[in-house]
Design a protein around this ligand. Structure first.
Ligand SMILES: C[S@@+](CC[C@H](N)C(=O)[O-])C[C@H]1O[C@@H](n2cnc3c(N)ncnc32)[C@H](O)[C@@H]1O
Length: 271
């Protein structure tokens, strides 16, 4: 049976799904606007129908479009992603942008919990004078980050297998950045995120367990006057600020996301 594109378009029941379908047609089947809007009643090839059917089945299971396409736009690049890593989020771009716009001298930087490598690689590409490391305890994540390192080819980015900062020596870094897991296991939003790795999302202690560990360990590996920058939940600003204060950080401030919610806290370490 040869179906037409209009047959599939009529089956989609939400605007979001319709928009994702158009994006998929352009990215995966290389359709242009004419194919989608003017020639939608031409009969599709078997291969085209199979690819469209694959999209429909995966969306029925709730699989995010970035995983279906195996690509995620982040900052200025396309990153390979699959279900082994968190899909990079737009608010994390604020963190990258802050670093790219506020530091220029040569710095040794760690992206702790690098996942797809999106933070570390974006910083490395924009700052060839930085020496950037991406660490993760998940070998799966490191393999995805290695794929992105190969494709995007930053010359100043290296990957390290590490449990947070435990393996690094004293005075190792000028700047540590991390988007750690910070969602409580009781958070109702988790049911919408079931296709992403639980260990990239959920942290103990009401979502603050990993943040506490990273702040504490960073005081052992940051240089004096080194900077720690952490992404966190919109409702964790006060707790995260207190954690920074009780670990000898000063000049603590918080950046807001696109919805003006407090999402990124930073401070200077005074040894
Ligand atoms: C929220 S994801 C962030 C991924 C990526 N940096 C991003 O912003 O899209 C958290 C990452 O921390 C890693 N992670 C979790 N526990 C860790 C640990 N104990 N040591 C190192 N990395 C860890 C996870 O594997 C995951 O890749």
């Amino acid at each position: 049976m040869n179906y037409k594109l209009s047959y599939y378009q009529e089956k989609l029941d939400s605007e979001t799904l319709k928009n994702e379908f158009i994006f998929y047609l352009k990215e995966k089947l290389f359709f242009n606007d004419k194919d989608i809007y003017l020639n939608k009643d031409r009969e599709l090839s078997v291969e085209e129908q199979n690819l469209i059917q694959d999209f429909i089945e995966k969306k029925k299971e709730g699989i995010p479009l970035d995983y279906i396409l195996n690509t995620s736009k982040f900052y200025e690049n396309d990153f390979y992603v699959d279900s082994r890593v968190l899909i990079p989020r737009p608010e994390t771009e604020i963190l990258v942008d802050y670093i790219n716009n506020n530091f220029s001298s040569s710095l040794k930087v760690l992206d702790a919990g690098t996942g797809s490598g999106c933070i570390g690689i974006s910083i490395a590409l924009k700052n060839p004078n930085f020496d950037v490391y991406g660490s993760d305890y998940s070998i799966d994540s490191l393999n995805v980050a290695a794929t992105n390192k190969k494709t995007l080819d930053p010359k100043n980015f290296s990957l390290i297998h590490a449990n947070w900062l435990s393996c690094f020596e004293k005075n190792s870094f000028d700047l540590i950045v991390s988007n750690p897991p910070y969602i409580s296991d009781q958070d109702p939003h988790l049911s919408n995120l079931m296709h992403e790795p639980n260990k990239a999302l959920v942290s103990s202690d009401d979502g603050l367990g990993d943040i506490k560990l990273i702040v504490d360990q960073s005081t052992k590996v940051l240089k004096n006057d080194g900077i720690l920058i952490l992404e966190h939940g919109y409702d964790q600003q006060n707790e995260v600020t207190d954690i920074f204060k009780s670990n000898h950080f000063s000049n603590i401030s918080t950046l807001k996301d696109f919805q003006s919610l407090p999402r990124i806290t930073l401070g200077i370490f005074k040894s």
